[in-house]
Design a protein around this ligand. Structure first.
Ligand SMILES: NC(=O)c1ccc[n+]([C@@H]2O[C@H](COP(=O)([O-])OP(=O)(O)OC[C@H]3O[C@@H](n4cnc5c(N)ncnc54)[C@H](OP(=O)(O)O)[C@@H]3O)[C@@H](O)[C@H]2O)c1
Length: 323
């Protein structure tokens, strides 16, 4: 597993990290399977884990806490998130700081996450939604400075809303934050336009999330794909989105190198970008952990294929169903 520098923190993190939403939020999760997959990832060199209080109201954090205790001798970087107080994903322009992240509420949730994880300090705490407008409220800066000086948090980041890479550029330029978490994959290349250059300028780490576009970039979805009621994917892959996602993914199939998979090509595409500090595929199964972590050994794609894939950029705007 190759390591990359995590922005100005200087941490050396695995270039493939671990996304922990599915194991405590999606249907079909089994704790025993998830714990085995987490352990396998550590054995294979993964040292960066992204969780959130909202993933099962602390359950994903508890699974990570158990894994940390079983691997106490290893340096493992823990990133988690404070849920918005109004529990609305994504945030909207009109939400105030009091609706979403009043200072005392943020501090309370840091304590809840520390408790779930069994740690005295978090490596990275992230706002689970973000509005650049919150920078106009002086309590945002106060809260972030308070978090750092409390000793409970080593770094602070924002997890940006889907398909709004521009809504975070001010936060990066403000110098207040250490990391951004953003959707970046073969389709969603637009963070390259403004966000990534700002991150380079300010030495802010980039966590590339949703590398498989929630599943379509694994090449396994079909028009008959269905999810149980209550699984958020049933509200995201509405017929309109499922159809266009499959059409866009099908167009990539002829480009998958012989002996490879679309999922591996999707991860290696992201590895081509040196701005990215770590990629966090969502995983619950050992076989997916092994496949995804091995992408690091294979490395970035050959330049010609990377260039061909760049033409598959698909710019999308938030919709009623995009969440
Ligand atoms: N607002 C936010 O802050 C936010 C929002 C979304 C995601 N995230 C973070 O980003 C992480 C990644 O996003 P995501 O999990 O939503 O989506 P994703 O990584 O794009 O896709 C996850 C899906 O891909 C499947 N998969 C993984 N590896 C595979 C492989 N090699 N072959 C075939 N299928 C494979 C997973 O299956 P299994 O689960 O069955 O293993 C799961 O169904 C999350 O876990 C979370 O940590 C943050």
């Amino acid at each position: 597993m190759k390591l990359r520098r995590f922005g100005r923190t200087g941490w050396q993190v695995s270039e493939i990290g671990y996304g922990m939403w599915g194991m405590a939020g999606w249907t079909g999760s089994e704790d025993a399977e998830s714990l085995a997959a987490l352990q396998r990832s550590i054995d294979l060199g993964c040292n960066f884990f992204d969780t959130a209080w909202a993933y099962g109201d602390g359950h994903s954090e508890e699974l990570l806490g158990e894994t940390l205790r079983a691997n106490a001798a290893k340096k493992i970087y823990v990133a988690t998130k404070v849920p918005p107080k109004n529990r609305c994903w994504p945030s909207k322009r009109e939400f105030s700081l009091d609706d979403s992240y009043p200072p005392e509420y943020v501090l309370e949730y840091v304590d809840k996450s520390l408790n779930n994880l069994g740690r005295e300090a978090l490596d990275l705490i992230q706002y689970h939604t973000w509005e650049d407008g919150w920078l106009d409220d002086p309590r945002t800066q106060w809260t972030i400075e308070m978090l750092r000086s409390s000793g409970k948090v080593r770094a602070v980041g924002i997890s940006q809303n889907r398909w709004e890479p521009e809504n975070g550029v001010r936060a990066v330029r403000s110098g207040l934050i250490d990391a951004v978490q953003i959707i970046y994959n073969i389709f969603d290349q637009n963070p390259e336009d403004e966000l990534f250059p700002a991150c380079r300028e300010k030495d802010v780490a980039i966590i590339a999330r949703v590398p498989f576009d929630e599943g379509s970039l694994t090449g396994t979805l079909t028009l008959d794909s269905k999810w149980p009621k209550g699984d958020w994917r049933s509200t995201y892959f509405v017929p309109e989105n499922l159809k266009s996602s499959i059409e866009h993914a099908d167009a990539l199939k002829p480009l998958v190198p012989a002996g490879s998979t679309m999922a591996e090509m999707a991860l290696r595409f992201i590895l081509n970008n040196p701005d990215v500090s770590t990629i966090i595929p969502g995983m619950r199964k050992i076989r997916n952990v092994e496949a995804n972590l091995s992408a690091s050994d294979k490395g970035p794609l050959p330049a010609a294929l990377h260039e061909q894939l760049r033409a598959h950029r698909w710019d999308r705007k938030p919709t009623a169903w995009s969440q």
